[in-house]
Write a protein that binds this ligand. Sequence first.
Ligand code: HEC
Ligand code: HEC
Length: 207
Amino acid sequence: MRAWFLAAAVMAFCGGAAAQQTPLQDKVKAVQADPAALKQAIEAGQKAAFFCFNCHGDSGISKIPEVPNLGGQNPAYLVEQIRKFGSGERKDQFMQGLIKVLKDEERVQIALYFGSQTVAPGKADPAQVARGKELFTKLCVRCHGEAARGDATIPRLAGQQIPYLQTSITRYRDGTGIRNNQLMAIATATLKNEDIKAVANYLTQLP
Ligand code: HEC
Ligand code: HEC
């Protein structure tokens, strides 16, 4: 019964049935549809994100391997993760505390600023890449897309830092409660540690 329910949930999600958008995701979409408002929001976001640069980098390319790149990330995904830190659905002691002080408007602006930046591909172990591609194509492409750039609500993975990818994928697989998403728990259930390493190497070198 449970297995059937999960399979149905995955199909509904990937079958184009519009995923439920949160109010801040709707707000992101509205600003994106208005070029003048978007330009303004990106400028305000660059100012509001000043403190974030310490860890995530000025243009969202992190120099700390455990800290994710935010550059080029989908803004709707970013505001959703900020919401999850705020509600405690996603756990990171520092981020949970920090995010509480951001107003809704700043969350949208910061997400649009980082989303407007370009990520640079990372270095990978060539021996891992082919195996990683095979796994990604089989298990991940249907949601994250061929180029691993995601879409309005699915995260971009292309160019992300290897240690961050490995840690995050392992957390979903192991059901540690640090990151909670049923679709990701199902998608990663069969991966071995070596598979996760291979997928992370494949993803980091994508443009
Ligand atoms: C002290 C370092 C530090 C600072 C400063 C910081 N972050 Fe983070 N951030 C992290 C770490 C570490 C993670 C990864 C947490 C995890 O392991 O899941 C993270 C994760 C995130 C994520 C999730 C990204 C993803 O791909 O899922 C978002 C969004 C984010 N931070 C936004 C911000 C914003 C906005 C600011 C500024 C207001 C900020 N961060 C400041 C360290 C930092
Ligand atoms: C059924 C759709 C679906 C499939 C299949 C899927 N994902 Fe995801 N993935 C998602 C969603 C939705 C999220 C955001 C989850 C959240 O809010 O924590 C996500 C998040 C992630 C993240 C976190 C990114 C970040 O910036 O923190 C990683 C890494 C990831 N997926 C890797 C994979 C890999 C590797 C596979 C294949 C083994 C895969 N995903 C298969 C839907 C999917």
